[in-house]
Design a binder for this molecule. Sequence first.
Ligand SMILES: NC(=O)c1ccc[n+]([C@@H]2O[C@H](COP(=O)([O-])OP(=O)(O)OC[C@H]3O[C@@H](n4cnc5c(N)ncnc54)[C@H](OP(=O)(O)O)[C@@H]3O)[C@@H](O)[C@H]2O)c1
Length: 347
Amino acid sequence: MITVGIIGATGYTGMELVRILLKHPEAVLAYASSRKWSGQAISDVMPHLHNARDLVLAGFDAQEAVSAAELFFVCLPHGESMNISADLYGRGKKVIDLSADFRFRDPVVFRKWYGEHTQPELLSEAVYGLPELYREEIGGATLIANPGCYPVSVILALIPLLEEGLVSLDSIIADSKSGVSGAGREPKPNLHFPEVYSDFSAYSIAGTHRHIGEMEQELGRISKVDVKLTFTPHLLPVSRGILTCIYADPSDYLDEGSLVELFRERYSAEPFVTVRDLDGSLPGLKEVCGTNQCILAPRYDERTGKVVVISVLDNLVKGAAGLAVQNMNLMFGFTEDMGLNDLPLYP
Ligand SMILES: NC(=O)c1ccc[n+]([C@@H]2O[C@H](COP(=O)([O-])OP(=O)(O)OC[C@H]3O[C@@H](n4cnc5c(N)ncnc54)[C@H](OP(=O)(O)O)[C@@H]3O)[C@@H](O)[C@H]2O)c1
């Protein structure tokens, strides 16, 4: 049994971690912080977690935190996370940071997308927490940079194509649609119900979304040369889930059967990536919401010669809290899927 803590437990990723960890057979949630609701029981602030009666939220105090737990999930906004994560890490604790603060290897690239980094020396120590690429390093890591939700959906859809050098690296398009919880729980006018409900729009287009830097870094590491990505995110009027559609130009002729087989082989040992066969239906968000699964459907458009890959996942689970627990399982030598085998609610 290990003891774990959550910093920022009342946000969307924090409360999803509480939900998953309460059922985890090897982890005890021993510390949970909040500024606004300090002193209140988790079950009072988040009534859907009615079985979390015994844990009281605390205003963050580093000394109190480190005496309560050995691993911390830091679920704060980027920029807020780096100092608290560095403090916990400096006091000998394992840290899984869900923000973007440790996802970049190069502080100059971090500055371009997010601003100044106050702990640049830690960037080289953090391991990018995507087990499908870095399982071994995650097992030995003490500081994990949990990936962004869009990047997980895009990178998983491209790994087999890039590892085999099958597509041009200057014309990949990722067109993603995300549920509103992807923007966090802090109220913003454009996220209010009357603005989002029954509407659908793109945002941060033409190379401006911050996740592009992270995606290009990781796609470049796979390809060993620079990759330029056209990324268009959209806001869907649903609570959770991301559907990404990738369009790429194959470097040579591809037949659809071999394409699907390539994906199946690459992910055959992965507990949380499922590949849809040609005779299977195309995946929708309801098949993954509440689960740690990413479902991929690779296809080939004979008419235009494009590879098309559909990727679906739950931004709060495989795109955040579930992936963080998968990383925790690897760091502590637990079975990788421990506590993560929930089926989706359907319909
Ligand atoms: N939402 C997603 O789908 C998703 C997916 C992957 C990664 N992420 C990343 O994960 C992190 C958390 O995201 P989220 O969606 O859970 O955000 P959120 O819903 O806005 O929650 C943020 C949490 O941090 C606390 N907080 C806010 N500002 C703070 C500050 N200045 N100092 C200390 N605590 C502060 C808030 O609680 P109190 O005010 O009570 O302290 C709250 O518990 C972000 O960096 C986000 O980019 C989010």
